[in-house]
Design a protein around this ligand. Structure first.
Ligand SMILES: [Fe+2]
Ligand SMILES: [Fe+2]
Length: 276
């Protein structure tokens, strides 16, 4: 068995934003504690974007100080709150960019291939996935059509129903992504972040799933909203931080959506299991 943990939407910041500085750091540290305690310990952590809140160099320095204590290798993807230049200035060592300068790459683990896509369009919150990036993904997928593969990308290509977070379902980038993943049977899941909430769906016959944020979560309010008319509704909520655990064994891939926290055991294994 091999496992990889996905963390997302860390939104690490500095003392310039005291509330989020403390809250997001505490929550990220809680998630990292929970991941380190997993049995077996994951071989890698994938941080799928919105690593920091404003893309500033001092925020990436804060993030690096936290992650320097991590005992598990970490890979990174870009989210809409990130800035490539500032990220690379802090985390450049060992990083490969694709020929167009995007932070996207493939990593081969024993029995599992991970492909990380860059969906960032700097200065915009909406997904920046383009035909060029779709072609890179198709080519990268075609380099190995056999090994079970998981794709990580910050922006999910399916709707959650939380209107103010969702893409247009027929946005061109979603069609381009669908064509890149359709029929490539080695794909076992497309794993995303951005919406700060776990949900699942299908695109082009492939499983798409999002991870909860390590920071705060988006409120599950599926009622209509006019983005130009603030109505006082709750939009973010201090639900517990979470992460996703990707498990592969024998060519199969399963994902767990996990709540991070320190919880008391409810029952312990003191008598043999007696299945009927
Ligand atoms: Fe986010
Ligand atoms: Fe995001």
């Amino acid at each position: 068995m091999l496992t990889i943990a996905q963390i997302t939407d860390l939104h690490v910041t500095t003392r310039r934003d005291p509330l989020n500085h403390v809250r997001n750091e505490q929550r990220l540290r809680q998630v990292l504690r929970s991941i380190h305690a997993l049995k077996p310990r994951p071989v890698a952590i994938m941080a799928s974007g919105d690593l920091v809140d404003n893309g500033r160099p001092d925020e990436y320095a804060e993030l690096k100080a936290i992650l320097d204590e991590c005992e598990i290798p970490i890979w990174f993807g870009m989210g809409n709150h990130d800035k490539r230049e500032a990220f690379l200035a802090t985390f450049a060592s060992g990083f490969q960019l694709d020929p167009d300068g995007f932070v996207q790459y493939a990593v081969d683990f024993p029995g599992l291939r991970m492909i990380v896509c860059d969906t960032l369009e700097e200065g915009h919150d909406l997904c920046g996935f383009t035909a060029t990036r779709a072609q890179w993904l198709a080519d990268t997928l075609d380099a190995d059509r056999v090994t079970p593969t998981v794709i990580f990308m910050h922006h999910p290509p399916i709707v959650s129903g939380v209107r103010w977070m969702d893409p247009e379902p027929d946005a061109p980038w979603i069609g381009q992504l669908a064509e890149a993943i359709r029929g490539r049977d080695q794909i076992k899941a497309v794993l995303c972040g951005h919406v700060h909430r776990a949900f699942h769906g299908l695109l082009a016959g492939q499983v798409v799933a999002t991870a909860p944020a390590t920071s705060i979560q988006v409120t599950l309010d599926l009622s209509e909203v006019d983005p130009g008319q603030p109505d006082g509704r709750e939009i973010l909520v201090a639900e517990p931080p979470g992460f996703v655990l990707v498990m592969t064994e024998g060519g199969r891939v399963t994902t767990h959506t996990c709540v991070a926290g320190d919880y008391e055991p409810a029952v312990v294994f003191t008598r043999p299991f007696n299945f009927i």
